[in-house]
Design a protein around this ligand. Sequence first.
Ligand code: 86X
Ligand code: MG
Length: 511
Amino acid sequence: IIGITVSKAENFSQWYQEVVLKAELIEYYTEISGFFVMRPNTMYIWNTIKKWFQERIEAMGVEETSFPLFLSEKSLEKEKSHVEGFAPELAWVTMAGDKNLDTRVAVRPTSEAVMYPYYAKWIRSHRDLPFRLNQWNSVVRWEAKQTTPFLRAREFLWQEGHTAHLTEELAGKEVLEILELYAGVYEQLLAVPVVRGRKTEAEKFAGGYYTTTVEGYIPSNGRGIQGATSHCLGQNFSKMFEIKIEDPNKKGEHLYVWQNSWGLSTRVIGVMVMIHGDDKGLVLPPRIAKIQSILIPVGLTAKMTAEEKEAHLKRLDEILSTLKSAGVRAESDLRDGYTPAWKFNDWELKGVPLRIEFGPKDAAKDVVSYARRDTGEKGTIPIADLTTAVPALLETIQKDMYDRADAAYRAHRLQITKWEDVVPALDAKNVVLIPHCLTEPCEKRIKELTVSDGDQGADKAPDGQKAPSMGMKSLCIPFEQPEGLVQGETKCLNPECGKLAEKWCMFGRSY
Ligand SMILES: O=C1CCCN[C@@H]1CCCn1cnc2cc(F)c(Cl)cc2c1=O
Ligand SMILES: [Mg+2]
């Protein structure tokens, strides 16, 4: 096994490709570009996220469903208004065997058009509300841009929730409940901090009413990244698909239902890799690590007799059982023919949060030696304390990983009140908070005004795009608004705009 051959700071995109490959998360599907194989190490993380999220939406009353993979041109017609922008991404099936289909069918890129004709059929009375279904599946979007594992693929796993409510308020309440669960996936499982906010009109889902989002930050290139979205669709789709009920308060009148849709995908794994990984490879937050602690025998030299070696390995096995019975996902690496050093590198590459070494010297003192993957810190733990000390140490690692990422995000989220400070801030790998008018034309202009030849060196982002000399986009209007913006007085920061600022808006170069 050779480790990572480039440094994260020098060549972020190649570093990322090597990590996802050599940590055995991904395999490139070389038959067709833009597709990737997700291996057991990935599926463990995804299934941990799925269990966590599924348990919580079930508690909210969301039920599971599974709709067909294909959608018809006819049902797509119904949402034509916003679909045209997406049309180039649609994958079509036109033949079965050597026969043409009468009408071509599209592989779902998302399932509104598949599901909502049946919502219209099933939802007739206010007693049917709230109506809440979620499906775990994969969708296909034939991306034109350069693809990259987890972050931009032509097929990805996600969940898509689709709900219907009696009022805007009830829909709005759920939008935020789900957004908070998305933040929980990031902050509690992946140790990744996110900013919660609303998308601007320019960046929201065009078919919806408003979009709320959790926005991540990638220190290596200073770019923002959309982590997951929870949309209120308003009555836009219920009017397109005739999803209506008898108005409980006005006899004979009809009421279009208020809908939400919300999605989180395997992109979350790519965000975790980019934020926590280092030059030795993957660094896994313990809560989502398939192996939380790897036990490696050391010091088994030829000097030891066979009996001594056997007795030593027996003790090691007892330590393993002790850890497992304490709920730690522990394994031992007893592979012959590999040195301890080789094994250390291998498990560091795979991101195992805690290494435990056990040699004759440790045995003599009834301790084990440990090494943390995130900080490299080493120490010893009395064998008698393992059942409390190791779980506690894993929780400390989880918290420290989050705190370090949170400090980095806070330090690079700059509040800016002078326009000339914006581009230098972006070139110094920051995202910015600026007073903004929230209008679309202004945003478009800001993107043009903030293109720079930023001296980011030759670095390329993981999606292989040019070094971040792109202009900045709005990332979200943070729910948490800083002080200092006086309604009716503070101006939009874009010098060419002249309008009044409505809110502090977070902008940045982004994925
Ligand atoms: O983001 C979510 C959460 C989960 C359910 N869906 C919404 C909106 C999805 C937007 N979107 C995103 N991508 C799309 C690509 C397409 F080819 C077509 Cl035809 C439509 C869309 C499209 O509507
Ligand atoms: Mg897209």
